[in-house]
Design a protein around this ligand. Structure first.
Ligand code: BMA
Length: 326
């Protein structure tokens, strides 16, 4: 199914002049592709945990994937620490990737995808210092894009997630965003469908949660990734075929009951269109946000992986974003 409209990034989005703000050249260990960064405010500055796919590409997969750690004073210039920060690799787990960071009270929660020999799982770990992590929960397959809300609501933790069921779907890959709750971040349940991919007019494939939601007066402002597929795209990166495009959707969820969607943007907020998003990347045409930070109730920073190759930053004014949603 072809999308019947041409979409562009909305003018209220400003890509940072220093983009890409972090690339493999800045990493002091083996690194090839840097993307999908979780970001949070930390101490006097910012912390980032990013995905690094490194080594040779055999046509399907790289030698390895690890999670790098970086700090920044201003959220734009980053210093990468000498070693990757978190791994679960063992005989069963092949890699951990696509991290998000959610601060809750004085602790930092890392949520991530885990490839295992028996399916893809979503995990949550907690840390104080980004050195020691304790894994709190791991979902059953197939599920990923676990995204935590930054506070308890009605005494429950909440997460957005994206299971990918193979059976019983009308369209292959028409995967949706779900919401679940937990008393303790360990046991998750009371799950319900939040947003169907069929409800997003700029999607003809799957959707999934992106960065952790930010709290605003009008509701929880939440990005999500939206995939559209076009068979004519062909070779679009290092692989023989890459026919998908990842754009960014935006929705507003009810403050008291985030399982209620107040509104979704009827067009993408961001569409891949500048060089580092559409040219020479591993997978061109991908914008994949994993971090969103609200500064002084005014500026929103969106950190994203571009073309699955570099890390970029875009900003917008909070009021401009909210005006779009109401
Ligand atoms: C998704 C995930 C992301 C990646 C995206 C585009 O399925 O694997 O890590 O950025 O595809 O390749």
């Amino acid at each position: 199914m072809k999308l019947n409209k041409q979409y562009n990034t909305l003018p209220l989005i400003k890509r940072d002049g220093k983009n890409p703000i972090l690339t493999a050249e800045q990493v002091p260990y083996e690194a090839t592709l840097l993307f999908n960064p979780g970001v949070a405010k930390y101490k006097e500055g910012y912390v980032m945990v990013f995905r690094n796919d490194y080594g040779k590409f055999d046509g399907e997969i790289f030698d390895g994937t690890n999670l790098g750690l970086a700090f920044s004073e201003n959220g734009i210039d980053w210093e990468v620490m000498p070693d990757p920060c978190f791994s679960l690799k063992n005989d069963e787990i092949t890699r951990v990737y696509d991290p998000r960071i959610t601060p809750i009270d004085d602790l930092f929660y890392l949520s991530f995808a885990v490839d295992t020999l028996h399916g893809i799982r979503g995990g949550i770990a907690v840390t104080e210092d980004f050195k020691n992590f304790e894994v709190l929960s791991m979902s059953v397959p197939d599920n990923r894009n676990m995204v935590l809300f930054p506070e308890k609501i009605n005494n429950k933790y909440l997460r957005l997630e994206r299971p990918f069921p193979v059976y019983g779907k009308k369209e292959e890959e028409a995967f949706d965003i779900w919401i679940s709750e937990s008393p303790d971040l360990v046991y998750w349940g009371n799950s319900s469908l939040l947003l169907g991919s069929d409800e997003v007019p700029y999607c003809n494939s799957k959707i999934g949660p992106a960065a952790p939601p930010i709290k605003t007066e009008k509701g929880w402002l939440t990005t999500f990734h939206v995939v559209d597929y076009d068979a004519r795209r062909g070779k679009n990166g290092w692989e023989d075929n890459w026919k998908k495009r990842y754009t960014v959707g935006l929705m507003l969820l009810d403050l008291e009951d985030p399982s209620k969607v107040i509104s979704i943007l009827d067009k993408p907020l961001m569409v891949p269109e500048v060089d580092y998003e559409i040219k020479n990347g591993f997978r061109n045409n991908v914008i994949f946000p994993c971090g969103m930070i609200l500064e002084d109730n005014e500026e929103v920073k969106i950190y994203y992986g571009a073309a699955d190759t570099v890390i970029a930053l875009a900003t917008a004014d909070l009021n401009d974003l909210l005006t779009l949603m109401i």
